[in-house]
Design a protein around this ligand. Structure first.
Ligand SMILES: Cc1ncc(C[n+]2csc(CCOP(=O)(O)OP(=O)(O)O)c2C)c(N)n1
Length: 365
């Protein structure tokens, strides 16, 4: 059984909330008390976003939601390491990263409400809209990184994906290209232990991070519930990419504490003791312990963080329930930039189908 707290794991903040010294310290030397408080606020807010969206799904306001509960440190630590002109290619679970990029809350949920085929304008926040095809975004990120290199820019592309995605051809093909072209791309794998009901131990006989060196890509394993560790290794990888050192692979060892999506029931395949073990490694609790020990978790700070979380949750809920209903034929818009005969035929069929209800007396569809 592979360790989740072993010697090969970068860890700067222990589950007990103490700082663990190590060679990666220099990468977070600027993270003073105020910045630690900022990371704590981010994690509390994105957990609240996640809880609010989950509640909205349970209340029938969203069709589906992919929770990030437990993965806040991996997403905030890495997300806050990025520069504005870096470009993120994520899966559906990186709502914490989207928060760091400045995504509008309504844009985060319009797809999950079924109101739109996509959420935000990628070029406004330098983050592509979430990819549901497992691992495809690794190729997109690599292509983008190759282009940045050809353009002579020093921005970096970051691909976020899960442990399951590393078994997809796309991720492996992306690594071949990234290594061949020394593309400035960071592969950030959140190993949350499960690919829906498949445990990581089934698909990986060795650490996920061991795969990348076979492609010629340096890799690191980090405690994914340690926000400082995640920030440090991401900063190092970004620095390598910016300075011409090519791609890097990060395995953030974390845990999906909730279901895969709100349509999933993990009690059918997961040992409840496993969840209990991971609760002891909660990413927010451990930073709270450190802040408390340093006298930085005083009442007014906690009040401000909670007020911010309430405000964001309120904006998310308001944006969700006030989204205008899309037009009946809107689904056919913006699929292709130029007219497409197959799509036109489908639009026409669907129009006739809708009209048939009118012909039958305008009954409810
Ligand atoms: C190419 C492809 N195959 C299968 C699926 C169905 N699918 C959706 S999520 C998922 C599991 C992904 O697990 P992982 O990559 O570990 O990411 P996580 O959901 O744990 O964040 C699968 C197989 C898909 N969306 N795309």
């Amino acid at each position: 059984m592979r360790s989740v707290s072993g010697e090969n794991l970068v860890q700067l903040l222990t589950p007990e909330g103490t700082r663990a010294a190590g060679p990666y310290d220099e990468w977070v030397a600027d993270i003073d008390g105020a910045r630690l408080q900022g990371l704590y606020e981010d994690m509390v807010v994105v957990r609240r976003v996640d809880q609010e969206a989950t509640a909205l799904q349970r209340q029938g306001e969203l069709a589906l939601w992919p929770p990030l509960l437990g993965q806040e440190a991996a997403q905030i630590g890495s997300g806050r390491a990025l520069r504005k002109d870096d470009f993120v290619f994520s899966s559906y679970r990186e709502n914490g990263v989207a928060y760091c990029r400045g995504a509008d809350y309504t844009d985060m949920i319009r797809v999950w409400r079924g109101n739109a085929p996509s959420g935000w304008d990628p070029y406004e926040i330098n983050m592509a809209t979430p990819q549901v095809i497992i691992g495809a975004q690794a190729l997109h990120a690599t292509g983008y990184a190759m282009a940045t290199k050809f353009d002579g820019a020093d921005s970096v592309a970051v691909a976020y994906f899960g442990d399951g995605a590393t078994s997809q051809g796309d991720v492996n093909e992306a690594m071949v290209f990234a290594a061949s072209f020394q593309a400035p791309v960071v592969f950030f794998c959140q190993n949350n232990q499960w690919a829906i009901s498949e445990p990581v131990t089934l698909q990986a006989q060795r650490d996920i991070a061991d795969r990348a060196p076979g492609f010629g890509i340096p890799s690191v394993r980090v405690d994914g519930n340690d926000v400082l560790g995640c920030m440090a290794v991401t900063r190092e990888a970004l620095d390598r990419a910016r300075s011409g050192g090519g791609p890097s692979f990060i395995e953030a060892v974390t845990y999906r504490m909730g279901p895969h999506t709100t349509a999933d029931d993990p009690t059918r395949y997961r040992d409840p003791n496993e969840l209990e073990d991971w609760k002891g490694r909660d990413p927010i609790d451990r930073l709270a312990k450190l802040l408390e020990a340093e006298g930085l978790l005083a009442g007014d700070f906690t009040d401000r963080v909670n007020a911010k979380a309430d405000e964001v949750a309120g904006l998310l809920r308001h944006g969700c329930v006030t989204l205008p209903e899309p037009g009946e034929l809107d689904v056919f818009n913006n699929v292709y930039t130029t007219p497409h005969p197959v799509l036109e035929r489908q639009r026409e069929h669907y129009s006739r189908y809708l009209a048939s209800f009118e012909a039958a007396g305008g009954g409810k569809r």
